[in-house]
Write a protein that binds this ligand. Structure first.
Ligand SMILES: [Zn+2]
Ligand SMILES: [Zn+2]
Length: 423
C-alpha cells in the first residue's frame, strides 16, 4: 500500500471544513485591513532562502528540501513565505504602485523537521507583510488585526509578547557584550548554545534547555543597548498598543531565529494546549529587501502556523462542527428520483445545501442515512407526493413533519413561518 510521506498528512472531512473556516475568516479580516493576496511559486532558487533566511539558521542549514533541477539549477521548496513575497515585491517593482504594499499569503511550506505532534514537514502558514513603512502605528494595527482574528475564530486565550532587537547601528554593541558574557559562562551552557555563542549568540536567548535558563536570565538585555531612534520607535509602538487597549508583556529575551529582523519583534501565545505555545510570530525586517538585491525597503510582517491554530481550536469547547447538510432528499421510486434531481438543482441554486440519495432504499433506511449524515431536514418524495405536488418535510431535531409545496421549501428550511398544511 502506498502511504502519505512521513511528516505529511491528509486533511480529511470534517476537519477540512474547520480549515476552510479559519482560512476564510483570515481572508475576510486581512481584506478589512487592506491586505491583498499574493501567490508565489512553491519552489524558488535556493539562493533566495540562503540570503533571505540566513545560511547559519537551522532552516537553511538542516531543514530545507533542496534539489537539483534537470538543468543543474539548485531549487528549494519554500520553507517560509516572507523571502518569496519580498522577492516578488522587488521583481515586480510594487513600490511604484503605491508607497505602502500590504500583501498576504496562505499556503504550504516545507521543512524537514523531526515529526512531532502538530508539526509537519509540509505545514501551512498564513502570513502578511507591510512593505514601505517603518511607522510603529502600522505594527500596532497589525497586532490589533491578529487579536481580532483570533477572537473571531474562537481563541480568547492569547498573550502578546513584544521586544525590540535594535538595528544594525545599536545591535553590534549588544552582541559584543552578549558574546563576552557568554564566553564567561560557556561551560554552563548546553552544547548547542556553546556553538551558538560563537556563530549566532542571539539564538542562545531562544534555547529551551532547562539548564541554560538561569544563564540566559543573567545575560545583558538588549533594551539597555537600544540607541535613541530604536528606543523612540519601541516606546511609540508600546504607546499605540496601550491606546488600542491591547495588553502586552515586554520579554527582553524574545528574539527571532531569522537574521533579517530589526527592531520590533513579537509572538502571540496561547495556553489552551497546556504549556504556552506560540501561535503567531513576526516582526520588523528592514534589512531584507536589500539583502535580496532590492532597494532599501522597510518591512513588517507575521506568519501563523495553521496546524497549531487548528490544534487549539480542536481542544477548545467552542469548536464549530462542519456544517451538516441542510436537506436530505429521499425519493421513493424511479419517477420520484427524476423529480428529486431537478428539485435538488433548483434548491442548490438558491443556496440550500442538499444531499440526494442515489440508491433505491426503503424509507426507513433513507431516514437512517439522513440521520448519520446529520441532515437537518428530510424531504420525502413518494408517488402520492409527486401527484399532489405536496411533499413531506421532516425536521430531524424533533421529528416534526409538515407538508410543503415546492415553492415553500426554501422558506421552511430557513425557519420562516409557513402555515402548517393539514392532510
Ligand atoms: Zn538601533
Ligand atoms: Zn542551551
Amino acid at each position: 500500500m502506498i502511504k502519505a510521506i512521513k511528516g505529511t498528512r491528509d486533511i480529511l472531512p470534517p476537519e477540512s471544513a474547520l480549515w476552510s473556516r479559519v482560512e476564510n475568516t483570515a481572508r475576510e479580516i486581512l481584506a478589512l485591513y487592506g491586505f491583498a493576496e499574493i501567490r508565489t511559486p512553491v519552489f524558488e532558487s535556493t539562493e533566495l532562502f540562503a540570503r533571505g533566511v540566513g545560511e547559519d539558521t537551522d532552516i537553511v542549514s538542516k531543514e530545507m528540501y533542496t534539489f537539483e533541477d534537470r538543468d543543474e539549477q539548485s531549487l528549494t521548496l519554500r520553507p517560509e513565505g516572507t523571502a518569496p513575497a519580498v522577492r516578488a515585491y522587488i521583481e515586480h517593482q510594487l513600490q511604484q504602485e503605491s508607497s505602502i504594499a500590504k500583501l498576504y499569503y496562505l499556503g504550504p511550506m516545507f521543512r524537514r523537521e523531526r515529526p512531532q505532534k502538530g508539526r509537519y514537514r509540509q505545514f501551512h502558514q498564513i502570513g502578511a507583510e507591510v512593505l514601505g513603512s517603518d511607522n510603529p502605528a502600522i505594527e500596532a494595527e497589525v497586532l490589533e488585526m491578529l487579536q481580532f482574528f483570533l477572537k473571531q475564530i474562537g481563541i480568547e486565550d492569547q498573550t502578546l509578547l513584544v521586544n525590540s532587537i535594535g538595528c544594525p547601528v545599536c545591535r553590534p554593541r549588544f552582541l559584543e557584550e552578549l558574546k563576552r558574557a557568554l564566553a564567561e559562562k560557556k561551560v554552563q551552557l548546553c552544547l548547542d548554545c556553546q556553538r551558538r555563542s560563537e556563530t549566532n549568540p542571539l539564538r542562545v536567548l531562544d534555547c529551551k534547555v532547562e539548564s541554560c535558563q538561569p544563564v540566559i536570565d543573567s545575560l545583558p538585555k538588549i533594551s539597555e543597548f537600544l540607541d535613541e531612534a530604536c528606543r523612540a520607535h519601541f516606546d511609540k509602538f508600546l504607546g499605540y498598543l496601550t491606546s488600542r487597549q491591547i495588553p502586552f508583556t515586554v520579554v527582553p529575551r524574545l528574539v527571532r531565529g531569522l537574521d533579517y529582523y530589526t527592531r520590533t519583534t513579537f509572538e502571540i501565545t496561547s495556553g489552551v494546549l497546556g504549556a504556552q505555545n506560540t501561535l503567531i510570530g513576526g516582526g520588523r525586517y528592514d534589512g531584507l529587501a536589500e539583502a535580496l538585491g532590492g532597494p532599501p525597503t522597510k518591512g513588517f510582517g507575521f506568519a501563523l502556523g495553521l496546524e497549531r491554530i487548528l490544534l487549539v481550536l480542536q481542544q477548545s469547547e467552542k469548536q464549530v462542527a462542519a456544517g451538516p447538510a441542510q436537506l436530505f432528499l429521499a425519493p421513493l421510486g424511479e419517477a420520484a428520483f427524476e423529480k428529486a434531481t431537478l428539485l435538488a438543482r433548483d434548491l442548490r441554486q438558491q443556496g440550500i445545501r442538499c444531499l440526494l440519495d442515489f440508491e433505491a432504499r426503503s424509507l426507513k433506511s433513507a431516514m437512517r442515512l439522513a440521520n448519520k449524515l446529520q441532515a437537518q431536514y428530510v424531504l420525502i418524495l413518494g408517488e402520492t407526493e409527486l401527484q399532489t405536488g405536496r411533499y413531506l418535510l421532516k425536521r430531524m431535531t424533533d421529528g416534526t413533519q409538515r407538508e410543503v409545496r415546492e415553492v415553500e421549501i426554501p422558506a421552511a428550511l430557513r425557519g420562516v413561518a409557513v402555515p402548517v398544511s393539514q392532510g
